[in-house]
Design a protein around this ligand. Sequence first.
Ligand code: GFB
Length: 314
Amino acid sequence: MAYDLADKRVWVAGHRGMVGSAIVRRLADESCEVLTASRTDLDLTDKAGVLAWMQANRPDAVFLAAAKVGGILANDRYPADFLLDNLLIETSIFAGAHATGVEKLLFLGSSCIYPKLAAQPIVEEALLTGPLEPTNEWYAIAKIAGIKLAQAFRRQHGHDYISAMPTNLYGPGDNFDLASSHVMPALIRKVHEAKTARAPVVVWGTGTPRREFLYVDDCADACVHLMKTYSDDAHVNVGSGEDLSILELTRLVMEIVGYNGDIIHDTSKPDGTPRKLMDVTRLAEQGWRASTSLKDGIAASYRHFLEGKYRAVA
Ligand code: GFB
């Protein structure tokens, strides 16, 4: 059952993104050849171009970490882009993998695939049991399609394609653009700027929604672990198993940045789903658990922010 990465040609699709770049860092510990394609050389939404690239480069294994991603506001504002771009990327890469005989493929989804009001912690079986959160249902539908593509190719062709569903990720390579970012980089930047200006920290929404966070290098380690050890139809949740409210997160970021100012709420911005804590039993049964504490992860992210090692705009 184990898939040995030694001497394999491993394509990380989306290697410039936060997750893809973490997977490339993690693969440096494996004796495999890492393949990447730059955005200028290859448009991942172009099915013919992806096929030609895969025929020329012959990957044995693929980490499908490429996606159009964004925080709650970007998801809400650009539903067509989030749905179409992600569907095109997925169909191009799955079709290319099938045509070129890729041995193993890991598709990366998102915890937003689950129903808005799923019972907590969310088990993998909750998929498609209720309505989705409206702010990100477009992105969620594309990610559900990815899980189904992996399952369909396994069922019809016996391919070893698997899916991992990470919780909200953060860390090196994050997007700190306030209009398109997720909450963690947004709060790191906002608290830093509020400290500099001695101003209040503005938190979107009520601060009551709860989120689970995973440091991106932990996620990359889980993905490599699953690539090597997991081979099944069912997708696997990838999380830390712990959550906190957005207000608690704000206070934690303020403690790490060293700022004791006021917090105000901008309730014109959406809260999104009330809670999104994943059940990580299946992953634990595969012998993996997260190792970076939230405090250490935020401190590392803040250092990256201060050093300017981030994407300024999505
Ligand atoms: O991280 P986030 O944008 O994504 O927002 P979701 C999480 C929570 O933080 C929401 C609140 O309740 C936001 O209202 N929040 C507070 C903020 N202040 C801010 C801020 O300054 N910026 C942002 N962005 N949020 C996304 C989905 O949902 O999560 C995607 O839209 C994807 O599809 C991703 O699944 C992981 O957790 O709500």
